[in-house]
Ligand binder design. Structure first.
Ligand SMILES: C[S@@+](CC[C@H](N)C(=O)[O-])C[C@H]1O[C@@H](n2cnc3c(N)ncnc32)[C@H](O)[C@@H]1O
Length: 218
């Protein structure tokens, strides 16, 4: 989607994607990444997600990327933390203990700026983007994280029933973006309670992506 679309969403508080508690799928499946406290988790298109609170509470360091300054400010307010803020190229870097958020376009974020990443948590990021941007996003994500393992939450539903976002990204498409580089494991495939926006049945899927070379070494 265009940047204006998301800025308008935040300005008008049309943020139905935001959950008031940590995503139960994150809580249930995050251990599959086998991280240890202190490792760095990248949350692309992070909004002001409560998932970040949960990750910090588990002892992980969180690195996020988010377009909306409103969202980033609201995130730090909810964390009751005052970050150091500095301009770095096209992005604004918010830093506080155990957390770094890059405010701006994720496509302007480079690997050196991001730093080492141990795992990616993608919830409502891949599925937030229209089809023509998803390939670019998945390639960029892989490039800037050096193919870090990934927990990916996606939706599958009849796209003709709903325009999106979130968009329907089925197993075949997840595979088309990632299977050349990652081993994919479907951890969950559950009906979305109440359907998508209460309007059409949808499946919510959780994928574990492990870099192919690492998967073979195990
Ligand atoms: C559907 S929301 C999901 C937010 C969060 N992951 C959650 O689960 O609540 C998608 C977010 O991506 C942000 N976004 C959209 N395009 C972006 C881009 N190119 N770079 C960085 N953030 C972007 C939007 O502002 C929005 O907050």
């Amino acid at each position: 989607m265009h940047h204006e679309f998301w800025h308008a969403r935040w300005e008008n508080n049309q943020i139905g994607f935001h959950l008031d508690e940590a995503n139960p799928l994150l809580v249930r499946h995050f251990h599959q990444l086998a991280l240890t406290p202190g490792q760095r988790v990248f949350v692309p298109l992070c909004g002001k997600s409560i998932d970040i609170h949960w990750l910090l509470a588990q002892g992980y360091h969180v690195v996020g990327a988010e377009l909306s300054t409103l969202a980033v400010d609201a995130l730090f307010e909810s964390l009751a933390v005052i970050p150091d803020v500095r301009t770095e190229g096209a992005l604004t870097h918010y830093h506080a203990e155990h957390i770094d958020i890059f405010n701006g376009d994720i496509f302007a974020l480079g690997a050196a700026q991001l730093g080492h990443i141990d795992a990616i948590y993608d919830r409502a990021a891949l599925v937030a983007l229209p089809q023509e941007m998803r390939q670019r996003y998945s390639l960029h994500l892989r490039k800037i994280t050096d193919q870090a393992p990934q927990l990916l939450v996606s939706f599958e539903y009849d796209q003709s029933q709903q325009p999106g976002p979130p968009f329907s990204v089925n197993a075949q498409e997840v595979s088309s973006h990632y299977s050349a580089f990652y081993t994919l494991r479907l951890l969950a495939d559950d009906p979305l309670s109440g359907g998508l926006k209460g309007k059409c049945p949808a499946q919510e899927q959780v994928w574990l992506l492990t870099a192919r070379s690492l998967a073979h070494a195990q």
